[in-house]
Design a protein around this ligand. Structure first.
Ligand SMILES: [Zn+2]
Length: 563
């Protein structure tokens, strides 16, 4: 039941409501955070000056209230809050956020290449939560040593940052690097060893697997903490694979994979940031267990594939008496791109070998490639919002992203003719027109002037399909196509519904389109393309949306966005 609030004029109740919520969530209320909310309640921009004195007055009152007073008042005023639309529509509430503390999330990419559509989704989801809760996201580069198959790529750092910036994800100015935090990890390792919760194990990988499978502890596990500590120091001079530091979970744990997880390994490989200076590297889950607490993360949103890592982190937090962040798992989203490869590690090999033109090659499905194809970051944001947090793994067709992008570009994209495999025609009996004005966009009155020369070019495929038949040249007139040769015949101008309509150009420029599968489609485009600026997204009629990339070897080069 709603309680009665004293009559108020204007937006007084709403100001109270948002000022209280702001203060409860962030310790104090800020006028700049309260004001924007009022627009959702019908405040007009021109009336901002009128409400500001009242708003400041109420915020000042809220600021000197005690927590208890704020909570009591909130009971009265909460009815005036409009639910945050994001939470209502697509984001389930963050777990454990009833107290209303500051929300700090983290993006933890492993820098082995550019971000692709799949991993960028998780980062976008974190960013959307940060926005919805007026919190922050930190960028924590997961640059431990990786593995032979998945090494740190020095180029990846910038590629990742560029991708996140393109998505307009605000992670602040500071970037955190695991490779700079080794000392922090070692301190925690020693703490665990001293507690008797970790041990140095010299078992070979096969032995380790065997003991784990059988649920049997190895001899190394039993040694006392002071011996472990010595062995841990020796580990820094050990050969790769000679020893690992393992967490004592339970060798009888029902899940064999959780039995005494490895926390640190020795590696001789060179790291792009630290060279060979660091030899003992934490596993990712060990580094997360430390970072998520030490960097003040309040919530971790991660894929269902990391359940075990979450379990390890919690195990470590309990051992150390740390209060770790809330962890929320979400189903993985597999984007269904027929026949395409979206594996970062595979892409890396193809980029390095030169098989792909670079990290923006469309076949990498990296954010760089999407950008170059004319996909808008707003479309990707909407795509992630639409998917939301899923309980189970889902497969989404790439067309979902395309449809969202189409709604963004359709209104503004100018239409042009593009003719593949051009077939030259001379139209007998055609009216002598110097030009024809055709619509710039089917829903707009604007027209573009297309100059007409003696020759007309139609798609070779259309000509072969309709040889000898009468067709309509879009926005122009009807012609009977020749069965062979170049001579077509003018057949009047009346539009007939059943007549096939085909593209044509007269004055033209050579055009090349880079397709998502890496192939190139060549043809000619109308001369008006000369005026385009690089970056422009246009629609080639009957072909699809394309982004003008620039001139390459005398050809106008476009990248295909989608149909
Ligand atoms: Zn052992």
């Amino acid at each position: 039941m709603k309680k009665k609030v004293p009559e108020a004029t204007g937006f007084e109740n709403e100001i109270w409501a948002y000022a209280l919520r702001n203060a409860i969530e962030h310790g104090r209320a800020v006028p700049g955070k309260v004001l924007p909310k009022l627009f959702g309640h019908g405040l007009k921009k021109e009336d901002v000056g009128k409400v500001m004195p009242e708003l400041r007055k109420i915020v000042a009152k809220v600021d000197i209230m005690s927590d208890k007073e704020r909570a009591d008042s909130m009971n009265l005023y909460s009815q005036y809050l409009k639910e945050r639309p994001e939470q209502e529509n697509f984001l389930p509430a963050l777990p454990g956020h009833t107290s209303g503390g500051k929300v700090v999330l983290r993006l933890a990419p492993f820098p082995s290449g550019a971000l692709h559509i799949g991993n960028a989704r998780t980062y976008m989801l974190n960013a959307l939560y940060a926005e919805a809760y007026e919190g922050r996201v930190l960028l924590v580069m997961d640059d431990t040593i990786g593995s032979v198959d998945k090494p740190v790529d020095p180029d990846a750092y910038k590629l990742i940052e560029d991708g996140l910036k393109w998505l307009k994800i605000d992670y602040g100015k500071k970037v955190h690097y695991k490779s700079s935090r080794a000392k922090e990890y070692y301190k925690v390792a020693e703490e665990l060893i001293k507690k008797g919760a970790a041990y140095v194990c010299h078992c070979k990988a096969e032995e380790l697997r065997k003991y784990r499978r059988e649920g049997v502890a190895c001899g190394h596990r039993m040694l006392p903490a002071d011996v472990q500590l010595l062995r841990w120091k020796e580990m820094f001079a050990d050969e790769p694979g000679g020893s690992v530091l393992r967490l004592k979970t339970d060798m009888q744990d029902p899940n064999p994979a959780f039995r005494d997880r490895v926390l640190f390994k020795v590696s001789d490989r060179e790291h792009p940031r630290t060279g060979t200076k660091i030899r003992v590297w934490p596993t990712l889950e060990m580094s997360w267990a430390v970072d998520d607490v030490q960097l003040g993360i309040s919530h971790v949103i991660r894929g269902n594939d990391l359940q075990m890592e979450t379990q390890t982190e919690r195990f470590i937090w309990d051992l150390l008496g740390w209060e770790g962040p809330e962890v929320m798992h979400t189903g993985l989203v597999k984007v269904d791109i027929s026949g395409a490869n979206v594996s970062k590690s595979k892409s890396r090999a193809q980029v390095k070998s030169g098989e792909f033109s670079g990290w923006d090659d469309p076949r990498t499905w990296s954010l760089q490639s999407l950008k170059r194809r004319g996909i808008k970051p707003e479309a990707f944001r909407a795509f992630v919002k639409e998917l939301g947090v899923t309980k189970n793994d889902v497969t989404v067709p790439i067309e979902t992203l395309y449809a969202l992008n189409r709604t963004l570009v359709d209104k503004s994209a100018k239409r042009f003719s593009f003719v593949i495999d051009p077939k030259e025609l001379v139209v007998d009996g055609a009216p002598y027109w110097k030009h024809v004005d055709v619509p710039v966009h089917p829903e707009k009155d604007d027209t573009r002037r297309v100059m007409l020369g003696k020759k007309i070019y139609v798609p070779g495929g259309d000509w072969r399909a309709s040889k000898g038949k009468t067709v309509r040249l879009l926005h122009l007139y009807n012609v009977q196509l020749p069965a062979s040769g170049a001579k077509a015949v003018h057949m009047g101008e009346s539009v007939e519904a059943k007549m096939p309509k085909i593209q044509w150009v007269s004055h033209h420029v050579p055009v090349e389109v880079v397709m998502p599968d890496g192939s190139h489609v060549e043809g000619v485009g109308e001369a008006g393309l000369e005026k385009l600026r690089p970056g422009a997204v246009v629609q080639f009629e009957r072909f699809g949306f394309v982004r003008f990339d620039g001139v390459e070897k005398g050809k106008k080069r476009f990248w295909f966005s989608h149909k």
